[in-house]
Every structure is written in C-alpha cells, then in structure tokens.
Design a protein around this ligand. Structure first.
Ligand SMILES: Cc1cc2nc3c(=O)[nH]c(=O)nc-3n(C[C@H](O)[C@H](O)[C@H](O)COP(=O)(O)O)c2cc1C
Ligand code: SF4
Length: 635
C-alpha cells in the first residue's frame, strides 16, 4: 500500500525512510526568549514517532532581533541555543526521523519588534506591516550571508541532518528575488540574475561552513500570486540556479502576505491544488522536489509521487491534526482526523500563543496525555456536538462508562450548520470522523433523547454540552419573510430563486449564509453590519478568502450600516449608506447565546455538573474540542 509514499528517499547524501516531510510549523512552544522547551521536543518527536521521514523544525532566526518577528520565535543566532536544539534533534533521531533546521530571516515581514526597523532590499512601504524597511547596504548583505553560513554550521553542530533555507513567503531572501519588493539598482537588484544573487551567496556560504556533503534544501515560492511577484517561470530559473549552486532539493511553496490564502490555505482549497507549481520546477531540475499544501489523503499524496509531480510531499497541518498519519497510512488505517482548514492554529501563533489544533485536543500539549481513570464512573454527557463527543470519547477511552444524550436525531450539533455553506464540506467530513470515533468507542449513544434532571440522578458525573441558540432581534414590517441564518442553512429545500434578501449581521455566520443564499439562486443579497468590519470574528486568512468569494458572486456587504425600517417591499438603511433597497426576505445572523436551560435546572436541583462548549462560552470548534477533552481528562 502507498508504495510510492512509503518508499525510501534520498536528499543529497541523506537516506530518508519515506517520502513524507513534516512542513515547518511555527509553534510558539519556545520559551519567551525563543529557546527549545520540553513541550517543543515532545511536539516534534511525536510526529517523528508517527512515521514522518523528515521533520523540518520551524523557522529559526539566524540573527536577533532583526531576523525574528516575535520574541518567542525560535532563535538560532547564538551558540547558547545549541544544547536545546541538540536535545531536540536527538529525540527525533530516537524516534527514527531525520531533522532539518529551517534557517530564516523575516526581513520586511517583521513587525517593529523592540522598536527595531525591519530590513529589506528596498525602502518601500510594506502594505502588510505599514512599515518602510531599512534598505540593506551591500556590507550588511555580506554580513547576513555570513550569518546564514554560521547558522548552518551551528545546525550541523546540533546534529541536524540538514538545513532548509527559508527563501519563500516574502521573507528576506524571497523579497530580494521578487521584483515587487526589490527595486535596487546595484548588483543585488534589477536583472533576475542580480535579484537571486543574495540567496545564491547564502547557499555558497552554507556550503563553505558545512562542507560539500551536508544536505541543503531551499524553500522557494513556485509563485507569489501577486502582481509583479515571483512567477512560475522565475521560480523555475531560480531553482535551476540553486541546483547549479549545489543545493540538494527544492521545497516548493507559494504566496506572500498579500496572497496569504495561497500560502496557508483556508478550508475552500482542494487537496494538493498547488502541487502543479512543484511539478513545473521538477521539469527544470534533476534534484528532488518537495510539494506542499493541503495534503490530507495518503492515496492522493502517493499518486502525486507516482505521477511524477513531486519526489517528496511536505505535510504541515495534517500532521498537526494526526501525528500518526504516516504509520496509519502504512497500516492501511483509513480512520484518522483530517485538517478542516480553519487556520485557528495559525491565528493562535499570530497572537503569540502556543500552537493548538481545532480537531486534535492534544496538539502542542502532547506531554499532557491523560492517564486511565483510577476508578471507572458512570458519566452522562448531554449534547453530541464537538465538545460533547470529544468529552464522551475521551472519558470512555480512560475507562469510564459513558452515555451520550442528544435531543436531535443526529450528532454534530452546530457543525451541521457550519458545514452547510459552499465549499465547507471538510466540516461534514469531520462529523463523519466523530461518528466513527463514537462507533469505535464504548460510548452508549442515545439520540432523540433530551437529557433531564431525572436522567442526571442515575449518573456519578454529568457533563453538559448543550450548545447554543440563535439570537434574534425584533423586526417589524408586513409582507416580508423572516428567518434566522440557522433556519436558512438548515432548510435545504427552501427556494431562494429570484429573492431579494437582506441579511442582518456580517459576522462569519452571516457572510457564509449570504454566500449560500446567493449561490442557491437569490437575485440579490445585501449584508448589513453595524460594526466597521465585515467578518470581524474570522482569522485573517479565512476572511480574505471569504470576502473575495462574496465579491465574486455579487453579495453586497455594507459595514457601519443598520436597518432603519421596512415597508412596501423595500428595506430602508441608515448609517454609512442612506438608501433603500428592494427586499422580500430578511435573514438574521446576530450571534448566538449559550443554552443554559439544563444547567439552570441541574443547579436548582443541587446536581453537580461540568459545563463545556458553547453552553459555557460561545467559541470556535477548537475551544469546544479542547473544553470537552479537558473536562473528560480530569474526571
Ligand atoms: C501554524 C503554522 C505555522 C507555519 N510556520 C511556518 C514556518 O515557520 N516556515 C514556513 O516556511 N512555513 C510555515 N508555515 C507554512 C507551512 O509550512 C505549509 O507550507 C502550509 O501550512 C501549507 O501546507 P499544509 O496545508 O500541509 O499545512 C506555517 C503554517 C502554519 C499553519
Ligand atoms: S487548527 Fe484547523 S487548520 Fe490548523 S491543523 Fe487544526 S484543523 Fe487544520
């Protein structure tokens, strides 16, 4: 099975047990000074134990403070970091994996950490940070070339099996390659040959510092996906030059911060959609080429290698969700959790919080694996959404006797609604995964059973995961049809044909419902939002993609706007837009509120309970899953 994916590979002089490389994932599992921690060691070694051939340790600053974006980015500019990394590498080796260090300089993408100005090829405004970087002098470039070389020597000293040089994503090296950010007129700018000079000098310095046999990979962009950025043709020429310079493999990614949805894809992107960029480069070089991006299914990864698109697959978020991905593939196991592309992992690290995953409660806290229960108890869980199911399965896994009650005739809770809008079927797949988790567990599931105080009396412990209800606001005006966004998404047979719809509330639920309604035939959809920002509750990447989709399908979004009143088939708007629009149907998406009825009843009857998920606090999937897990892990 998966003969291509699981066959041994070779990167320069290094033999690798299979063709799976863990893509670099900034984890923020470091100390506040960017040093390796035990959490970080366990995070990576668990993925090595799970079978990945190579683990690429996340971007590490080759100098400080300019090379790193945040204080707790991995620092690698000094010998004092060697012992921690040596310990990390040793552990990965003990687990049968190889370890690469990603050498990185943030360049223009760094914020103003500690008041230090970012550096770049040219002093032009970076629209993503709002900062004009300092234009590096030639002497400063030479100094950085040396620092890359020294960092590679340090990596070798730590025992790293190779280095992966970050020359992608608009960071320092790739900002020199791109004509959009490099407007120099000296030997490091202008012609393509000049623009690739800096990365080639870095490669030469690494070779000088590590010897001719030390495996060196460059991560480059197969396309920047912005006007004036690196094109697939330039990427191929860059790869050719790197091969001539002695690089051992090319890792092909894509996107810069202005096109970040192509770098770290949100839910809408299909599996392996950008492997064609790696395939393009593979036609121009004879060294191995890695492809990355939305790889979840081992069969598809295997096929990409068999078809000659790539030599290795680089898997990021899927290994965050399922550390045992490779071992499970090798064993023919098809039950594993797939990444839902929610990007809450990236959103968290952007806020400097340690990495977590929405669908893997243990990601980033692998050392906290729960122990078997000391004494098996009878546990009731009320509500079969993600929080309730995770709690039930986790508690049963620890040896408790668990009964899961659900008032509906199906599991999933709000996931069912979350999976209804266009191109969100990965959520529906996740419901399928949760169902299989229940099937494989000892949990007794009681559907169509609304849990009561009387039920609670026969259990040792009660966990309430009762979810939330949709808020509504009083609306007046006759001759209009009214419904909530939840109703709209639930009622699949409702005909939207030729309707003029006003949607109130442009949070993520409102915007996704608007898209659903428009794609189901509505003549017009207008979304009004009293706040200044549309989809303000979403992470930046998912938001970028959703706003693009709304614009493309002609949904009108009006921030800082409220509905004044409705009459005679018209909605009168005030705020930023003082106009009336034709309207026959009004959909409300004004948020959700915790369902506390059951909690109140238990409380009034003096029955202790643990409240989790939306019933405790409205949150995203990850918060529900971790809440459910933590509740069950401590009983
Ligand atoms: C939380 C997170 C952190 C990341 N950190 C890095 C990084 O340090 N260096 C890098 O080159 N790419 C980084 N990436 C990009 C990934 O390596 C990968 O290219 C991208 O997530 C697409 O692959 P995937 O769909 O398999 O996750 C990061 C992505 C995520 C989600
Ligand atoms: S947090 Fe979301 S995007 Fe990130 S790995 Fe987990 S499921 Fe995938």
């Amino acid at each position: 099975m998966y003969a291509h994916l699981l066959q041994p590979g070779k990167i320069g002089s290094l033999y690798v047990r299979n063709r799976v490389i863990m893509a670099p994932l900034g984890s923020r599992l470091t100390t506040e000074n960017g040093a390796v921690t035990d959490d970080m060691i366990e995070f990576y070694s668990q993925r090595a134990r799970g079978g990945a051939g190579v683990i690429v340790i996340e971007a590490m600053g080759i100098e400080y403070p300019q090379a790193v974006g945040k204080p707790n980015h991995v620092r690698f500019h000094d010998e004092r970091y060697v012992p921690g990394h040596a310990k990390l590498v040793e552990k990965i080796h003990e687990c049968g994996g190889k370890a690469f260090a990603m050498l990185w300089h943030a360049g223009i993408n760094k914020g103003c950490l500690e008041g230090v100005q970012p550096v770049g090829p040219s002093a032009i405004l970076n629209p993503n940070t709002g900062i004009v970087p300092h234009e590096l002098t030639v002497d400063e470039i030479h100094e950085l070339v040396n620092k890359f070389g020294q960092a590679a020597a340090r990596a070798k000293l730590c025992g790293y099996d190779g280095v992966n040089v970050h020359a992608a994503h608009g960071y320092l090296l790739s900002s020199f390659v791109s004509a959009a950010t490099n407007q120099r007129t000296d030997e490091y700018g202008g012609s393509f040959e000049n623009r690739i000079r800096f990365p080639l000098e870095v490669l030469a310095a690494i070779r000088r510092n590590t010897g001719k046999d030390y495996p060196v990979v460059f991560r480059i962009n197969g396309s920047d996906f912005i006007d004036g950025g690196i094109t697939p043709e330039e990427a191929a020429a860059f790869a050719e030059a790197l091969e001539k310079g002695g690089v051992n493999a090319i890792d092909v990614s894509a996107g810069v911060y202005g096109s970040i949805d192509t770098m770290i894809e949100p839910i809408q992107y299909e599996e392996g959609w950008k492997l064609y960029l790696a395939e393009n480069i593979r036609k121009h070089v004879s060294i191995p080429v890695f492809g990355v991006g939305v790889i979840h299914d081992p069969a598809k990864a295997d096929k990409a290698i068999a078809d000659g698109q790539v030599d290795f697959v680089c898997v990021g978020r899927e290994l965050l969700c399922e550390p045992q991905w490779v071992n499970k593939a090798a064993a023919g196991e098809t039950h594993f959790v797939k990444c839902i592309g929610c990007n809450s992992c990236f959103e968290r690290i952007g806020k400097n919080l340690p990495i977590r995953c929405a669908v893997n409660a243990l990601a980033g806290r692998e050392l906290h694996t729960p122990r078997p229960a000391e004494k098996p108890l009878n546990i009731a869980v009320a509500g079969a959404g993600p929080a309730g199911i995770t709690a039930a399965v986790t508690a049963a896994g620890r040896g408790h006797h668990v009964t899961l009650f659900e008032k509906e005739n199906h599991i999933g809770g709000q996931l069912v609604l979350a999976g209804a809008p266009p191109r969100k079927d990965k959520i529906l797949e996740y419901i399928g995964y949760l169902q299989e988790e229940l099937n494989r567990s000892e949990v007794e599931v009681k559907l169509c059973h609304e849990f009561t105080v009387e039920d609670a009396r026969s259990f040792d412990r009660v966990i309430v995961a009762a979810g939330a209800h949709c808020r509504t606001i009083p609306l007046k005006g006759s001759g209009f049809e009214y419904m909530t966004a939840w109703d709209a998404l639930q009622n699949r047979s409702f005909s939207w044909d030729s309707r003029n719809v006003l949607l109130i509330g442009a949070g993520s639920v409102g915007c996704e419902t608007a898209l659903y309604i428009r794609e189901h035939g509505a003549a017009s959809v207008t979304v009004v939002e009293m706040r200044e920002k549309i989809a303000a509750d979403m992470d930046n990447i998912s938001r970028m993609k959703l706003l693009h989709e709304l614009a493309e399908c002609g949904v009108r979004t009006l921030p800082s706007t409220v509905l004044d009143h409705m009459e005679n088939g018209m909605a009168y708007l005030s705020g930023n837009v003082g106009e009336k629009i034709p309207c026959d149907t009004v959909v409300e998406a004004v948020g959700a509120a915790p369902d506390r009825e059951l909690c109140d009843a238990l409380y009034q009857n003096g029955i202790p309970f643990i409240n989790i998920g939306d019933a405790a606090c409205i949150g995203k999937i990850g918060e529900a899953v971790r809440g459910g897990f933590d509740a069950a892990a401590t009983i």
